[in-house]
Design a protein around this ligand. Structure first.
Ligand code: ADP
Ligand code: F6P
Length: 320
């Protein structure tokens, strides 16, 4: 093992830069050469990569985004695209690849290792927290804290005016950002794609709350659970309330990674380099019960994600 490469793919996530930095510095410490591949799988297919030294990752640990850039690469979904990427990796005598990305990027990593025998280790980097085999993904903590900070601000003005508000956060298929930000922000309602949307129940709860003197309510909506405008209209019709809407959007994808994400980045990166050094190049890395774990990439990606209904119910009880 002499040369490895690292890339970021799919939606960016805070902590990706800290993770690249840790991969680079730990690999160099282990006397490996590291290539940084630009724009995800596009950079492999187009042979777009450069050697990263210790200094090239200086002043990066606190920056959101990814300095290697990221992309979605349709060509890599095809066997031809993957074959070309594998050819470039072999031509450059690269012995192993670290992929930092979400569910889709991990599937790409799996295909490279399963179909073409390229030793590949996947690090979960996405704000969505939608990978079943790990308790947390890199970037999730920062995104939730960004959403929480927005909820805090909204709470000030909504309470002052006795208003109801909906804040829409990201998460097309996974409601974890809404769940964690909602619980931590004391939201009255948390609406997620994993649970049925019951407008009557929401309206009843708001009315009951109002009858007990709760004049302001916060509804946190994951984008996959419905459009904020539509949901607001339906609730307004049932309650007579005038609802204000905030869509947080890509604000929650950027920003300085939290301590938790920076530490996770370091732990994930070190394990990834160690695995490649040990010749275990078909693994995904995660964290479970606060311990870094790794498992077979095919097995890890075939696991089915379970929504934390217990936490969801706790949030509902605490918001009464
Ligand atoms: P994320 O990694 O954030 O989930 P995407 O789902 O957009 O983001 O995936 C990022 C990239 O990973 C895609 O553009 C594609 O290049 C690659 N990819 C996604 N799904 C697959 C798949 N099933 N097989 C091979 N490559 C994939
Ligand atoms: O996967 C991360 C994510 O931010 C999702 O939460 C969101 O639905 C999507 O990416 C937005 O993607 P785009 O980069 O295309 O705006």
């Amino acid at each position: 093992m002499k040369k490895i490469a690292v890339l970021t793919s799919g939606g960016d996530a805070p902590g990706m830069n800290a993770c690249i930095r840790a991969v680079v510095r730990y690999a160099i410490y282990n006397e490996l050469t590291v290539y940084g591949v630009e724009r995800g799988y596009n950079g492999l297919i187009n042979n777009n990569m450069k050697i990263l030294d210790r200094r090239s990752v200086g002043d990066m640990i606190h920056r959101g985004g990814t300095f290697l850039k990221t992309a979605r690469c349709a060509e890599f979904n095809t066997l031809e695209g993957q074959r070309e990427a594998a050819r470039v990796i072999r031509e450059r005598d690269i012995d192993g690849l670290v992929v930092i990305g979400g569910d889709g990027s991990m599937r790409g990593a799996r295909d490279l290792t399963v179909n073409f025998g390229i030793p590949t280790v996947g690090i979960p980097g996405t704000i969505d927290n939608d990978l079943a085999y790990t308790d947390y993904t890199l970037g999730f903590d920062t995104a939730v804290n960004t959403a929480l900070s927005a909820i805090n601000n909204l709470r000030d003005t909504m309470t002052s005016h006795d208003r109801v508000c909906i804040i829409e956060v990201m998460g097309r298929h996974c409601g974890d950002i809404a769940l964690y930000a909602g619980l931590a922000g004391g939201a009255e309602e948390i609406l997620v794609p994993e649970m049925p949307l019951d407008i009557d129940a929401i309206a009843d709860k708001l009315k009951q709350g109002a009858s007990r003197g709760k004049m302001s309510s916060m509804i946190v909506l994951a984008e996959g659970a419905g459009k904020a405008g539509d949901v607001a209209k339906l609730i307004e019709e049932k309650t007579g309330a005038s609802i204000r809407i905030t869509t947080l959007g890509h604000i929650q994808r950027g920003g300085m990674p939290t301590m938790a994400d920076r530490v996770l980045a370091a732990k994930f990166a070190v394990r990834a380099v160690e695995l490649l050094k040990e010749g275990k190049g078909n693994r995904v890395i995660g964290i479970r019960d606060n311990k870094v774990i790794d498992m077979d990439i095919v097995e890890g990606l075939s696991m089915k994600r379970e929504f934390d209904e217990y936490l969801y119910n706790v949030a509902a009880v605490l918001s009464l």
